[in-house]
Write a protein that binds this ligand. Structure first.
Ligand code: DMJ
Length: 638
């Protein structure tokens, strides 16, 4: 029987309110006069700045050089390695705010005082995204006149520290589950002794698969490929163990390669695995990552997406396991903006924001079946994800509703989380109970994205919008610039996508229509690449047979702006944008940064390429099918 069509009428009233009336619900959207104006955006930006300093000064006064601030008791605590975690995580936010004095002082203090030869066992994931990422982004800001924040006394100390730290983490990769000599890393490592004898062999997918940006940057800055190689091996090791329907589980044994937790989702324990597939491609131009991302993303949208929510399913059978929103999922709409898949991002963001509005914060878990906070998951530890997606969606659409959402979230933080010396975790979103802890990511991400959102609304004046480089944000919100040294890209589309040590590599191309540097002829271009161990990837430009280096391909027809821009509003394909979703070709998602082919046909499962079907844990149950039936559309008309 054909489902009854839903009637939707939109009324614009004289007062400026928009009312949407459908068969079963009435939505009253905010009145125009309530929307954030450019003038108000400036004030909100200033308020966020003050918010940053309340927390940062509280940390410096009461907690530094401990890792994190206890904002109620105004004391410090060591939560990672005991090496000024919050200061390191805050460095590029200081630079973004234009605080030259504190940025300089902090860089100098860290260069003189930080040491990693300490007998501490630390999380490989957290140390990478917070410490390594913080050091590398600050190094690239402090060492570069183009950023306007160069530190005159700076002499590469942060890069040296980053390299030292990364080398101390390398023993964690000494496992047999990768595609080459190294594998999926242990979750923790001792900074002096390597992996502890009794260290758990179980790690999360995010833990093993979210290291490529920081380690890859380090390889390109130090000319040592080891960091890029081990983290890529780890990603390949995880991906080789995906199920036949291209889903990954949450936890894996780094020795046997068996999945010990087979729930697939986009949130807890997996989230940034997806994020780094796309971002590693964008930052490094390594096309292997985009091929994997496309397959992984397509599977996620097919099996996990229950418009507008995401659920967790068994990675093999796709059977529903958890009908749960978890707060880490909220980064996904932001990632979709980068991937160019804006429409589902808009709907999902609206759904997630409805949870925030209901409680004033997002709980760690919200049960989509009972429409209530999941037992044991009532807290809001100052997470950035929803704000991060709000920023990306505002950047992509310029829709003022995202500024309004940001204003709401800022108000929640100010009224609910601000406390004596900083901002407090909320231990129960229903009763707004404050807890004596402030994660370093509050200053690295939550405040940064809020500030960026309002700065955009005010007319942007910051390093990211007006600076010399495009930036990729790490999963910890750190600014990773696409400098020529890191991205190995040129203004045209031809590029070397991966690190390569060959000393003999010569590539000659005769691709027409690419930008020329003085001295280059129309028909030839020569590159050199130092080092011995290179291989060709599957896309190679017209090339001489002598090529022996890693050459990742080219993208004819795309301009630099199309490959790396993310502005959605001014799409090149205006005709397509103007069409309604039903008029668009079903299988093409438009993006300025890339084009994703998205096949939502369930039959695709049978034809999915599976590179290593002999790998344990990849056997798929017969009759796997996408979960039928939609989850309740939450909060409509409430
Ligand atoms: C941050 O450390 C990073 O964003 C990470 O990817 C997920 N968890 C926190 C923020 O919630």
């Amino acid at each position: 029987m054909e489902a009854p069509k839903r009637m939707v009428q939109i009324w614009m009233l004289i007062l400026g309110a928009v009312i949407i009336y459908s068969d079963d619900h009435i939505f009253i959207l905010r009145t125009f006069s309530e929307s954030v104006t450019a003038e108000e955006a400036k004030q909100l930006r200033d308020e966020v700045r003050e918010m940053f300093y309340h927390a940062f000064d509280g940390y410096m006064e009461h907690a530094f050089p401990h890792d994190e601030l206890k904002p109620l008791s105004c004391e410090g605590e060591d939560t990672l390695g005991g090496y000024a975690l919050t200061l390191i995580d805050s460095l590029d936010t200081l630079a973004l705010l234009g605080d030259r004095e504190r940025f300089t002082d902090s860089v100098e203090w860290i260069g003189k005082n930080l040491r990693f030869d300490i007998n501490k066992t630390v999380s490989v994931f957290e140390t990478t995204i917070r410490i390594l990422g913080g050091l590398l982004s600050a190094h690239l800001i402090a060492s570069d006149y183009n950023t306007g924040m160069r530190v005159p006394s700076y002499d590469g100390e942060l890069l040296d520290l980053a390299e030292d730290l990364a080398r101390r983490m390398l023993p964690a990769f000494d496992t047999p589950t990768g595609t080459h000599a190294t594998g999926i890393p242990f979750g923790s490592v001792n900074l002096i002794h390597g992996v502890d004898e009794n260290e758990s062999k179980i790690t999360s997918t995010a833990g093993g698969g979210t290291l490529t940006l920081e380690f890859g940057m380090l390889s390109r800055l130090t000319n040592d490929p080891i960091f890029e190689q081990v983290t890529k091996n780890a990603v390949m090791g995880i991906w080789a163990r995906r199920s036949k329907i291209n889903l990954v589980g949450a936890h894996i044994d780094v020795f046997s390669g068996e999945w010990t937790q087979k729930d697939a989702g986009i949130g807890t324990s997996i989230d940034s695995f997806y994020e780094y597939l796309l971002k590693a491609y964008l930052l490094f131009g390594d096309e292997e990552y985009i091929f994997i991302f496309q397959e992984a993303y397509r599977a996620a949208m097919h099996y996990l997406y229950n418009d507008p929510w995401y659920v967790e399913v068994n990675m093999n059978s796709a059977a529903l396991v958890w009908p749960l929103f978890n707060s880490l999922q909220a980064f996904w709409p932001g990632l979709q903006v980068l991937a160019g898949d804006i429409e589902p991002a808009i709907r999902t963001h609206a759904a997630f924001f409805s949870v925030w509005k209901r409680y004033g914060f997002t709980p760690e878990g919200f049960n989509l079946a009972t429409l209530s906070v999941q037992r044991g998951q009532k807290s809001y530890p100052l997470r950035p994800e929803l704000i991060e997606s709000t920023y990306w969606l505002y950047k992509a659409t310029q829709d003022p509703r995202y500024l309004d959402a940001g204003r709401d979230m800022l108000a929640s933080l100010q009224y609910g989380a601000r406390c004596t010396c900083g901002y407090c975790h909320i231990s129960d979103v229903e009763f707004h109970i404050q807890e004596d802890h402030m994660e370093s990511f509050f200053l690295a991400e939550t405040v940064k994205y809020l500030w960026l959102l309002f700065d955009l609304g005010a007319g942007p004046d910051n390093l990211i919008e007006n600076g010399p480089y495009k930036y990729i944000f790490s999963t910890e919100g750190h600014l990773l610039p696409m400098t020529p040294q890191i991205s190995l890209v040129r203004e045209h589309c031809l590029y070397f996508g991966a690190y390569c040590r060959s000393s003999n590599l010569r590539l000659e191309t005769n691709i027409s229509g690419i930008a020329k540097k003085p001295g280059e002829t129309n028909h030839s271009k020569t590159y050199s690449c130092p080092g011995p161990t290179c291989s060709l990837s599957r896309f190679t430009p017209q090339s001489s047979p002598a090529i022996s280096g890693l050459v990742k391909g080219y993208c004819p027809g795309l301009t630099h702006g199309q490959r790396f821009g993310i502005k959605y509003a001014a799409s090149a394909d205006a005709n397509l944008q103007d069409k309604s979703p039903t008029q668009r070709p079903a299988d093409v998602v438009q993006s300025h940064s890339l084009v994703l082919v998205s096949n939502h046909n369930a039959d695709q499962v049978d034809h999915v390429k599976h590179q290593d079907s002999s790998v344990e844990g990849s056997v798929v149950a017969q009759g796997e099918e996408k979960q039928q039936g939609k989850l309740i559309e939450l909060f409509e008309g409430r």
